[in-house]
Design a protein around this ligand. Structure first.
Ligand code: TYM
Length: 330
């Protein structure tokens, strides 16, 4: 029997997932998990590169695990766990730091953006964040990393570092490919459609959280910033309408052109209402399942413990190979 290819991906435990992380990443994880051998990680070590309140971090960690399961990831089939439960991530990250150039990290768009936002706390972790991300991926001999567009540069760096390491020490790491979906890889803010939808946006109307009620979802879409003509068409000059078309296409499984045709004679008001309703209807069943899962935190912790055990066993194999190849006394 041929071995199934492996997928790894992660999400930070800094809040409730957004429609962006759902469409850009988690919905694809769910689709791909039928065919691949998958690990999905709540990346709490990454989360502390920005100051976090301990109670909130713990709460959101569990919440995130519950969301992943509610959104269709089956803990019996995929490995679901918290990054901080598998110490190999931090260990390999240190080693890879010694194989990553500062020039490479200086070029990372996310570092530039996050340090501009957190001027009072530009810490070394924020800087070497992409190295930890590379360790996450390389520890599991990952073939494919399903992510949104904003992570493309980090996956490129991971490939470069792995290639460099392999060139020196032999075939230690599998070189992973990014999987970036053709539609939905970059869901934009509803208030500023030239920027990515982000859970840390100060404007609450900019972002749809998967926990938003039907009324809230519909209100947010009604207030979405568009343009001054009244023509539902996908175009670079119409970033707001294009974003809404993308969301509607993802929600209904239709092609963008079909969606344009459906709303050709509708005004923006009716179109926004339809997008809001499609999103609200789509996420409501996940909310119910999330609430059910959150009512049993002991079971969530047990799932994470089983996941960490399996992940650690797999990670240890790579880490041993790495240590041996480098020349540590074993
Ligand atoms: P994070 O937690 O910011 O986002 C999780 C995933 O959601 C995608 N995403 C989006 N996709 C489309 N439109 C949006 N508006 C949007 N917002 C978020 C992200 O691209 C991501 O795939 N560094 C990563 C987490 C990470 C990771 C890893 C990912 C850590 N280690 C190893 C892959 C492999 C991050 O901060 O994602």
């Amino acid at each position: 029997m041929t071995q199934r290819k492996r997928i790894f991906s992660g999400i930070q435990s800094t809040g409730i997932p957004t429609l962006g992380s759902f469409l850009g990443a988690i919905s694809n994880w769910e689709k791909l998990s039928a065919e691949y051998d998958c690990l999905f990680c709540v990346v709490d070590l990454h989360a502390i590169t920005v100051r976090q309140d301990p109670k909130e971090l713990r709460k959101y960690g569990r919440e995130m695990l519950a969301w992943l399961i509610a959104l269709g990831l089956d803990p019996e089939k995929s490995i679901l766990y918290y990054q901080s439960h598998v110490s190999a991530h931090a260990e390999l990250s240190w080693i890879l730091n010694c194989f990553t150039y500062m020039g490479e990290l200086n070029r990372m768009a996310q570092f530039k953006m996050k340090s501009a936002k957190n001027e009072e706390n530009i810490n070394a972790g924020l800087y070497s964040y992409p190295v930890l991300q590379a360790a996450d991926i390389l520890l599991y001999q990952t073939n494919m990393v399903p992510v949104g567009e904003d992570q493309r540069q980090h996956i490129e760096l991971c490939r470069d570092v792995a290639g460099r390491f392999n060139k020196i020490y032999g075939d230690i790491f599998t070189i992973p490919d990014a999987y970036i979906p053709p539609v939905g890889a970059k869901i934009m803010s509803l208030q500023n459609p030239t920027e990515k939808m982000s859970k840390s946006d100060d404007n609450l109307n900019a972002c749809i959280y998967l926990s938003d009620s039907t009324d809230t979802v519909i209100k947010k879409f009604k207030r979405a910033v568009t343009d001054s003509d009244n023509f539902v068409k996908f175009s670079e000059e119409k970033p707001g309408i294009s974003n809404l078309l993308t969301i509607y296409a993802c929600m209904t499984g239709k092609k963008i052109a079909e969606c344009e045709a459906t709303f050709a004679d509708a005004g923006y008001g009716a179109f926004k209402q339809a997008v809001g309703e499609a999103v609200a209807q789509n996420i409501a069943p996940y909310q119910a399942e999330h609430a059910r899962l959150m009512s049993d935190p002991a079971e969530l912790d047990a799932i994470a413990a089983r996941g960490a055990e399996k992940a650690a066993a797999s990670a240890e194999k790579t880490l041993s190979k790495v240590k041996e190849s480098i020349g540590f006394v074993i």
